[in-house]
Design a protein around this ligand. Sequence first.
Ligand code: URA
Length: 465
Amino acid sequence: MNMVGIITKKKLGQALDREEIDFFVEGAAKQTVPDYQLAAMLMAIRLNGMTAQETTHLALAMRDSGDVADLSAIPGIKVDKHSTGGVGDTATLVLAPLVAACGVPVAKMSGRGLGHTGGTLDKLESIPGFQIGLSEEDFVRQVNEIGVAVIGQTGSLAPADKTLYALRDVTATVDSLPLIASSIMSKKLASGADAIVLDVKTGSGAIMQTLEGSIELAKAMVDIGTLAGKPVSGIVTGMSQPLGTHVGNALEVKDAIDVLSGRTKGDLLEVSLLLGSHMLMLAGAARSEEEARGKLTAALDSGAGLEKLRQMIAAQHGDPAVCDDWTLMPQAAVIREVKCGQAGWVASMDTTALGLAAQAMGAGRIRKTDPLDYSVGFILPVRIGDRVEADTPFCTLFARNEIEADAAEAAVRRAVTIGDAPVERPPLWYAIVTKDGIRKACIIASDGAGGLFPDRTDMQSKNTL
Ligand code: URA
């Protein structure tokens, strides 16, 4: 077998067999195939696509290129949750404690921010003292003792994906559905969970900005999970505006604490309850969304979810007092309140631009080695569909200095369009994809009153991938 023959086959649009995919992936993991051939292969896949079978083989070969975590010492069904990346998306910090408070173990490996999107590890590290690097033994012990741990990757998970992802970044081949689906699923399958809930974002801040593309991505990942013998639910949720109102690391921790303490209702809570419901169902802890939601809401109302977060922070050497006193978190030097400045309706948001604005303030990295400023970011209380007046609060900026606050103010203003006609609120979620088919539905985004639950409007035919 040689790489030129495999590249030629994909260049001609033919399907690769398992041995050919294994050869390519082993070459990436062991660096025995040079980068120029790996890059040519990635471009051939980007241009000619892959069948569902090839995509699954690719994901499994990448999973098997490194360690596969063994969580069998944790009793019960371990359900992981993964988001394809968003802005103001701190659902993990809300739902992990809530799900654990319902008795379902949460053993989660999370990632760092990527481009305009935030990362759970960076948010957790904004809590003074918090450690994301536990050994596999301590990880398992913590989950068995308190029911929840969120850490960085242990061992060497999917090293082939590491090589290929770095090459995709510099060869314009990130935006390939089979490459995205296999990349995400290789790592999820290697992290040892028994079942997976995928939060597939759609809209202006998502990796797949069209609804069709997002549903296709969800289908591809559910198919990989199914063929690998793991139950997977793919929930397509909206990212046409930030999920929570807070963007930035310490600010997003505050948003999660506010939700868990019952002070904040709204879209972050609703999406967390939806994803958490599917986690409980896959774990066998509830038979329906309604039953699961009832359990999660009870854990929220009793304070058990917030208590789980406190326990997790303490177990991972952080200061749990941040749950009661946000001034213990890193504080920005400049805090600036900005008004809307014009009357109208919030019409649209360029959510990627909002994420990039936070990144430019120091909340995200431009180069991999850039240090973060955990204190910076913004609170954007306005939502698409809101009626605003000139003196309505538009955003609060948390910046390192006045110059960066000026730049952020201009960027956030550019990213949010205020129009002169009423606009419908975007749905919170669009589709739920499982091995049994696709359920499409829309709910109007919560206006802060909370308590809305999906209205099923349409059952679609079976997933045919
Ligand atoms: N996240 C990943 O892990 N891989 C991709 O290809 C895209 C997003």
